[in-house]
Design a protein around this ligand. Structure first.
Ligand SMILES: *[C@@H]1O[C@H](CO)[C@@H](O)[C@H](O)[C@H]1NC(C)=O
Ligand SMILES: *[C@@H]1O[C@H](CO)[C@@H](O)[C@H](O)[C@H]1NC(C)=O
Length: 389
């Protein structure tokens, strides 16, 4: 088993999970406290996001594989373009995140130092490949959009809430898991829109992200395979969650170019900001700030709302909110987390909804006031610990 050093660093820092939320508090209440992090700009030395043919060759070498050489589909349904725009937007964020993480580990930034130089080399080697692979995911989505003369997102400036390697790997696992749910939505949208030709490539990258998640999970002492059927998600919730990593106003295009709603987040107050939630039936505590959400006007001060969970491939699970306290348009409340009946190990994606019954995940979006809130119940392994000593 490799990576003993990282594993021990990770375990030693496990108590700091609260500092690594992938939690979208929404403006103005939810951003992590403390000084604003320095905006991160993706380095352009390899030409990304528009590498020359020679630069692309180098990226592909590092990525251990190439872009597809299949001809582009003859047509793409207009309703499918947001799928590719969200993928490009997300992958550019991932490129920024892994570039920053790689820089931090390479430069021995405090919190990102590894005591064993061999383990440091190994992590750098893996991160370099992951980074190049994410670049190709982004370029692939951008190429599809450009081929049909559609809007192609370009990188923004980014901010990360993480200040040590444990937090960074934990965040990588959380956002990768959310992507694994979001790409399910992408595949289904393409299929529904008559774009079957793009499904194979999309699911190829979905599996790739799953391999990454398994690696991060091992570093975090979790079983690599999270659930038999990974938790689903919807594009609008992913686009909303990504906003916390974008320096406000830093994208060189209006965010409305991507035709997806942006919801304020659901802050999970239980566990450590939604992580390390205990595996049992319980009430979880939440907070939302509905400032600027006009669809919420009729609900301010009331309690006829639900927390709706996505878990695995179950139909959306809704629990009425209780113990509701309003302060202006900010609400704190609780909702039942029906763990046992639904075996809710792994990721659950919570939304605040105006209804409590849904026939499928995409249907939830139209009744959502705030989303997502991420909840993680971990099935941790003990035996790996033996390898790190
Ligand atoms: C890299 O280090 C800086 C400085 O500590 C930190 O602000 C940033 O979040 C780190 N990057 C990642 C991906 O954790
Ligand atoms: C395009 O997508 C819409 C929405 O799913 C669908 O109603 C329509 O039939 C699709 N068009 C084609 C040509 O498949």
């Amino acid at each position: 088993m490799y990576f003993p050093t990282v594993l021990s660093a990770v375990t030693a820092l496990a108590g700091l999970a609260a500092a690594a939320p992938f939690q979208h508090g929404g403006p103005p209440g939810g951003a992590p406290a403390g000084a604003a992090p320095t905006p991160f700009v993706i380095p352009t030395d390899d030409g990304f996001p528009n590498p020359s043919p020679d630069q692309l060759k180098v990226i592909q070498q590092i990525a251990d594989g190439t872009l597809s050489n299949a001809p582009p589909p003859a047509k793409i349904n207009e309703s499918s373009f947001p799928v590719f725009q969200l993928i490009a937007f997300n992958e550019q964020f991932e490129v920024a995140f892994f570039s920053s993480l790689l820089q931090n580990v390479t430069q021995n930034v405090p919190g990102f130092t590894l005591p064993d130089p061999k383990k440091k080399d190994e992590l750098i080697d893996i991160l370099e490949t992951v980074l190049a692979q994410e670049k190709l995911h982004a370029i692939n989505a951008a190429k599809t959009l450009a081929n049909f003369n559609q809007f192609v997102p370009v990188p923004c400036k980014y901010q990360f809430p993480t200040s040590n390697i444990y937090e960074a790997i934990a965040l990588a696992e959380r956002f990768t898991d959310l992507v694994l749910g979001t790409l399910q939505d992408g595949a289904q949208t393409l299929a529904r829109n008559g774009d079957a030709g793009a499904v194979r490539g999309l699911t190829s990258s979905l599996g790739q992200e799953g391999q990454q998640s398994g690696f991060y999970r091992i570093l975090l002492s979790k079983k690599p395979s999270e659930k038999p059927f990974l938790t689903t998600n919807v594009a609008a919730f992913a686009f909303s969650a990504l906003q916390q990593f974008i320096v406000p106003g830093s994208c060189p295009f209006p965010l409305s170019n991507i035709k997806l709603p942006i919801f304020p987040g659901v802050s999970v107050l239980s566990g450590q900001g939604g992580t390390n939630v205990e595996p049992r039936d319980q009430h979880l505590a939440f907070k939302v700030d509905l400032t600027g959400v006009s669809a919420a006007d009729a609900y301010i001060g009331k309690s006829n709302l639900w927390i709706t969970y996505f878990s695995g491939q179950l139909l959306p699970i809704s629990s009425p909110i209780v113990n509701v306290k309003w302060s202006g348009r900010v609400a704190t409340f609780e909702a039942e987390f029906p763990f046992t009946a639904n075996e809710m190990v792994g990721l659950s994606v919570a939304s605040l909804t105006t209804k409590g019954q849904f026939a499928n995940a995409p249907e939830v979006v139209a009744s959502t006031l705030a989303a997502p809130g991420l909840i993680q119940v971990d099935d941790r392994v003990k035996s790996w610990d033996g390898f790190k000593l």
